[in-house]
Design a protein around this ligand. Sequence first.
Ligand SMILES: Cc1cc2nc3c(=O)[nH]c(=O)nc-3n(C[C@H](O)[C@H](O)[C@H](O)COP(=O)(O)O)c2cc1C
Length: 216
Amino acid sequence: MADNYLEKRFEEVFGSGRKTTRTKTVWKEYSSLDTLLHHNRSHRSYDPSDVPSTEVLRKIVWVNTIIPSAANQQVLRFRTVSSPDETSKVLSDIKMGAALPELHLPVPGTEPPAYIIVMSSKPESRFVSIDLGISLQSMALRAVDLGYNALMICNFNPEKLKEDLSLPYLPLAVLAVGKGQDSIYIKPCNEGDSLKYYRKDGVHYVPKIILDDLLV
Ligand SMILES: Cc1cc2nc3c(=O)[nH]c(=O)nc-3n(C[C@H](O)[C@H](O)[C@H](O)COP(=O)(O)O)c2cc1C
């Protein structure tokens, strides 16, 4: 794959004139990966009319055929969900934006149009959890790469979701996928500051600890 693959892909999806991100940061120059990472914010409002096709959802899950896996065991399994009947079941089982309970997210009319349910075919363990994180982040970046957004969701009742969707395994995580509609900014902060995300004048702010405070 060419070194500038992501750069080219970004231009295809977002247009060559759009090199800056909506997310403020202390960095002045962006690589393609930085750009993807910046656009990969947790959206909790989506355009419900723009439903990712089965092909798009399969392209997102496809990343799992090439990513690292502990001892290469590849225990994760996936179910794509995009029919209104099933998305309404998932919506009733998940919680979005628990840190902002007064907003009751998602606002009606902005529900995620699709989901990818991640399960494990083997019992949970440290390695399964690490594989899960790698998988979720890889799929979220792929979603952004394809012009969509994603939200990782672990706040749900696994038994209920398993039953509602007749899943073969207990779900570990849910990835909401769609065209995100939130305006999100990263707010650099220091160790010890509040890390709670918040909204002001319709903008969603996400505090992120600066590099110097991460290095120990
Ligand atoms: C493992 C994991 C689980 C998460 N679960 C939820 C969730 O259940 N509901 C939700 O609204 N957001 C969830 N999030 C999103 C986080 O709240 C979000 O990553 C954080 O606020 C930082 O925002 P950012 O992703 O835009 O950087 C989860 C994120 C991760 C990594």
